[in-house]
Structures are given as C-alpha cells and as structure tokens.
Design a protein around this ligand. Structure first.
Ligand code: SDX
Length: 424
C-alpha cells in the first residue's frame, strides 16, 4: 500500500513532505519527527493533538465511546472476566488459558507481602497525611528494595517487577489506610481472591474474624478492572516519560501516582463525592449546574467531561449499572447521593452548554458512590484508582522498554528575554 503523505507549506520554504502513518484502528498520524531538521517544532500544550508513541495495549474511540483492552471491549470484560485476568491480558497481550491464569494467580500470591522494613516508612508520616501522599512515598521506596535485581533490559526482571507491583500495591494501599486510622497493619491472605484480600486488609482487625462480603468483593473487583488502563492519559504518559530516562520502574510508578492524584485526573472521584455531599439535596442541583457553566466561577462538575470521550465514557455506563446492583444488594438504593447524582446527570445532559461541549459523565462520576457503599473512606478513593491503574502503568512501561526507545525531551516556544548582558 503506498504510504500516504502530508505536505507542510511554509512561506519561503519548499513544501516539507511528512509521512502519514496508519494504525490498526483510529486516526492516522502525521510523523513530524524530522520537522526539527527544517528549523520548526510543533506547538501543542496539553498534547490535545499529539501522539507520543505507538501502543497495542488499549484503544479508545472518544466519539463512539469505545474502550478496548488488547481488542476486547470493556463491557465484555466487565461481564465475563475479572481484574487479575485483565492484568494478565494487559501485560502479556492475550487472555490466559485456565492453566496460565491459575499459575499467574499463584505467582501474584507469592509477592503480596511488603518487606518488613517498608513499614518503617509509614511511621514518618503524620497520621492525618493524605493516603496518596503516603503511597507516593512508599511505592517510590520500593526502588530501594529491588534495585539490585533490576536489569530493565531483561524481560524476566521486567516481568518480576510487574508481578511485585500488582501483588504489593493492595497491601501498601491498605497499610496507608490502617496507618491513617491508627490500626495495626493486616497481612495479606493468599487463600482469598485479589479483591477479597484487599478488603480484608482494609477492614479486618486482630481482635475478631472478618468475613468479606462476596457482593462487595465482586464490586471491588469490577472497580479495579474499570480503572486498569486508559491509553496515554496524564499519569501513564508520566510513567512513560520517567521510564524513557531508564529510571527505576518503582520510581516511575511513584511518579504516575503523583500525577494521578490531581483532581483533574484520578483525584476526581474523591472530588466528585465531595461535590455531591456539598450539593446535599436534589433541589440544589440546578444551582450547581449553573455554577459549572459560569466562566467566572472556577467550579466544574467533577466526574464530568473528558479529553478523549465526547460521548459517554463506557466505563461510566458499566459503573452506573454496578452502582445500581450494589446499592440494591445492600438495600440502600434510596442513597441520597445516588439520587443527587442521577438528577445531576439528567439536568446536565439536557443542558445546551453540556451538549454543545460534549460533556458526559466519566469513570469518576459513579465510582465514588459505589466506593462509599462498600465502606471505603473518601480519602482512599484515588488510592483505589492508583491500585488499579498500576497494571496499566507497568504494562505501558514494559511495552516501551521492550522496544528501542529514546529519552522523551519535548521542545518549547521561548517567550523570555532575548540575550542581555549582566549590568556592569
Ligand atoms: C480521568 O485521560 C484519561 O483517560 C483520564 C482518565 C483515565 O482513565 O486515565 O479517564 C481518568 O482523569 C477522567 C477525568 C476526571 N476529571 C474530572 O472529572 C474533572 C472535571 N473534568 C474537567 O476538569 C475536564 O473535563 C477534564 C480535565 C477531564 C478534560 O479537560 P480538557 O480536555 O482539557 O477540556 P477543557 O478543560 O479544555 O474543557 C473544554 C471545555 C471548557 O470550556 P471552554 O473553555 O471551551 O469554554 O469544557 C468545559 C471547559 O470549561 N468543561 C467543563 C467541564 N469539563 C470541561 N465545564 C464544566 N464542568 C466540567 N466538568
């Protein structure tokens, strides 16, 4: 097939020929990697129109509201798969056979404990530290424990690193919660499935047996899956950029956690629940929708809008269904926040401002309500997001490091002083 080309016409210049590359799905891209040799750079703050890499892990169609993990639609995975199986799919590229899946579950089980020394890192934090600040610290600290078995050019080392992260992140997440409430850390239990083990570490105490509700464990597993990966979002791009300098992968994941924490990104689930609590009553929904439309008011509807989705976020659709199921199973479907959320969604989706700007509920809109129903404290919402997204981050890191790559080094449009001399 003849290669398509783009031609850039700049006054006083011969036309610059740029190759156009096509992927399996989605928009073609114009390869501008040689544009610098013609004395020009592109300018795209926020990367609204810039592709930074090739990837075969996740595909999103923002107009159609499609999300595929290695080609499988998220709706089908949510219905038929589970989080650890999706972890395997994202990292290795194919769904595991029954034998491969059981082997993977066993492998993850052998890495769930954190090194005893790691618990001393928690002691340095004040008890009221935000759990995400603790996670930035302790996940980064893992780079001090595995730096010796870390030849990132060795596929087996990369695989062990991924297994360690998937296995330990729930343990560290639960430890950050226990620390904040002054309760003793609870060790992982390898006889429990991944989500049940996490809930057990979160809510069990040494004083009595804690039985994990299968309903809540299933909802937790579904939430992990819906947050597992999402192509080149801000935190994944951070992990790729950090990894491009050949940095320790645990330190790269800590950088991803830091990026995810922002309320414009993974912090939106916590911000969304706080927004629903602030609205407080269905009668105040219109007031807040008006505020969200007011350019002079910094307030935005948290859990609404997305850089890529200009249609429903397919994860929000699954999340809403899960929310209905969990609240019904728990007999709290008159949950006032859920009613406020449903009213807010209805009002916003009928409002010309939101229609014109194609603002729809995103993954964070309903997740907070389910997490609250499960008993997860609001301050842990983004930690749950980071726990789930760790497999996406390390899969993208592994994909990048497995192929030839260069350090990421964007350019700029300089608007500072021209050269000037130091005053005599
Ligand atoms: C996640 O990238 C990913 O894939 C992220 C994620 C993942 O899985 O990794 O999907 C997870 O981060 C989901 C997004 C969670 N964040 C929120 O819910 C916070 C609220 N949303 C907004 O802050 C915003 O929509 C963003 C940050 C999500 C997207 O920002 P963009 O793409 O830069 O869009 P924008 O801010 O330029 O908004 C476009 C217009 C603006 O109006 P104009 O300046 O054109 O007049 O839409 C308006 C914005 O004011 N707008 C909103 C709005 N979101 C955008 N107005 C009111 N409420 C909102 N929520």
């Amino acid at each position: 097939m003849t290669e398509k080309k783009a031609y850039l016409n700049i006054e006083g210049h011969d036309p610059i020929e740029l190759p156009i590359l096509s992927g399996t799905l989605g928009a073609d891209v114009i390869d501008i990697s040689n544009l610098g040799s013609h004395g020009y750079f592109t300018f795209d703050p926020g990367y609204t129109s810039t592709g930074a890499c090739k990837s075969s892990i996740t595909y999103i169609d923002g107009e159609k509201g499609i999300l595929l993990h290695r080609g499988y639609p998220i709706e089908q995975l949510a219905e038929k798969s589970d989080f650890l199986e999706v972890c395997y799919l994202l990292f290795y590229g194919e769904l595991p056979t029954a034998e491969e899946k059981s082997e993977f579950i066993k492998t993850i089980g052998t890495h769930t404990m954190a090194h005893e020394q790691l618990s001393f890192f928690f002691r340095g934090f004040r008890r009221d530290a935000h759990p995400m600040s603790i996670m930035c610290g302790v996940v980064g600290a893992l780079s001090a424990f595995y730096h010796d078995a870390m030849d990132i050019t060795d596929a087996r080392h990369r695989e062990i690193t991924a297994n360690r992260l998937v296995a330990k992140i729930p343990t560290l997440a639960a430890m950050s919660y226990k620390y904040s409430i002054g309760q003793p850390f609870v060790y992982p239990r390898n006889d429990l499935d991944y989500a049940s083990n996490f809930l057990h570490m979160m809510f069990a105490t040494p004083c009595e047996e804690y039985k994990v509700s299968p309903v809540l464990a299933k909802a937790m597993d579904r939430i992990f899956m819906l947050h597992a990966d999402h192509e080149q979002n801000a935190s994944t791009s951070t992990v790729r950029l950090a990894g491009s300098s050949q940095a320790n992968p645990f330190a790269c994941i800590a950088a991803g956690i830091a990026t995810l924490w922002g309320p414009a990104h993974g912090g939106a689930n916590e911000a969304c629940l706080q927004m629903l609590m602030e609205i407080g009553d269905e009668s105040r929904v219109d007031e807040y929708v008006e505020r969200a439309k007011d350019k002079n008011d910094p307030f935005r509807l948290m859990g609404f809008g997305h850089r890529v989705y200009k249609n429903y976020d397919p994860r929000a659709v699954v999340m809403q269904k899960t929310c209905d199921e969990v609240l019904a199973e728990l007999g709290i479907n008159d949950e006032p926040l859920f009613r406020i959320a449903r009213k807010l969604e209805k009002v916003a989706l009928e409002d010309p401002y939101f229609i014109e700007k194609k603002l729809y509920p995103n993954v964070d809109f309903y997740s907070g309500i389910i997490l609250r129903a499960i008993g997860i404290p609001t301050s842990m919402f983004t930690v749950i997001f980071a726990l789930a997204r760790t497999i996406g981050w390390i899969s993208h890191w592994n994909e990048m490091v497995s192929e030839p790559y260069r350090i990421g080094r964007p350019r700029q449009l300089y608007t500072g002083h021209p050269q000037r001399d130091y005053p005599e």
